[in-house]
Design a protein around this ligand. Sequence first.
Ligand code: SF4
Length: 279
Amino acid sequence: MNIIDVVTSAHSGSSGKGTSYWTEVSTCSRASKLRRKHGDTLRLVKPNPKANIGVMFHAIAEQYHLGKLTHDDIAWGMQSNLDADTLEAIRIALAYTQRYAPDHFGKVLATEKLIPSNELETMAIARMLGLDKPYTARIDLVTYLDEERLAYLEQAHCLLLNGPGIYLVDHKTHGAIDSQAQTHAELSVQFLAYPLIWNATQPEPCRGIIENNVVRHAKLAGKSFYLAFRATQQDDLMMLQRWVQWAHAQEEADIPNLAACRGKFGPCEFYTVGLCDRK
Ligand code: SF4
């Protein structure tokens, strides 16, 4: 496979109505409504390099873990005339593929797996959540970890995993090390939801979800690559049901949430481009 084809055909990675969508609805229904109406235009007038790099990295990692793209194939991309965001994603992928073999996380069962993929899976998720509304998940990597690989991963990353079986892996690209990565994994709605969605729709349940963190350091060293892990817990289903039901109830509202206008990464983009007057 050709690296140029991979990066030029990369998609946004959005699963449609998944965790990101419902999180925005539950955070500010005005923002969610504006994104549905103006999201495509906003992406054109306000490019997001961080998101672009993440999208490209995901596309390269998908083909690498499938064994369709080698480290040398990726290296070839650095000689090309691609834009800065794509070259940065290739640079990160080169450092990643130097350290992680395609089967680093075990035997690859699927990449970029979108659930639900049929009517039966849609019904299974709706039944689990107690709602007749969609909740989608796009899982970056699905693997099977045997005893040997499990021991290797536990030793290499100091991760206490959950026995042999199926694991979901989620790639995250960051600008800096997240010292709270394990807490993020424990409290993230995405990590609550994905294993439950998998278990409700697939024949064999998973053992949990691994967060695969890659930091865009200028010098990509060992500390730029680290993992976190979350196993499904007893109260997870009830917690997800309550959160989703509350988020769904906000979907048709158009209520500005002034507490959300200044987010972790700066002012709300709908405010900065003049689409929301906060009233
Ligand atoms: S500016 Fe504030 S109220 Fe308006 S969409 Fe953004 S977060 Fe919501």
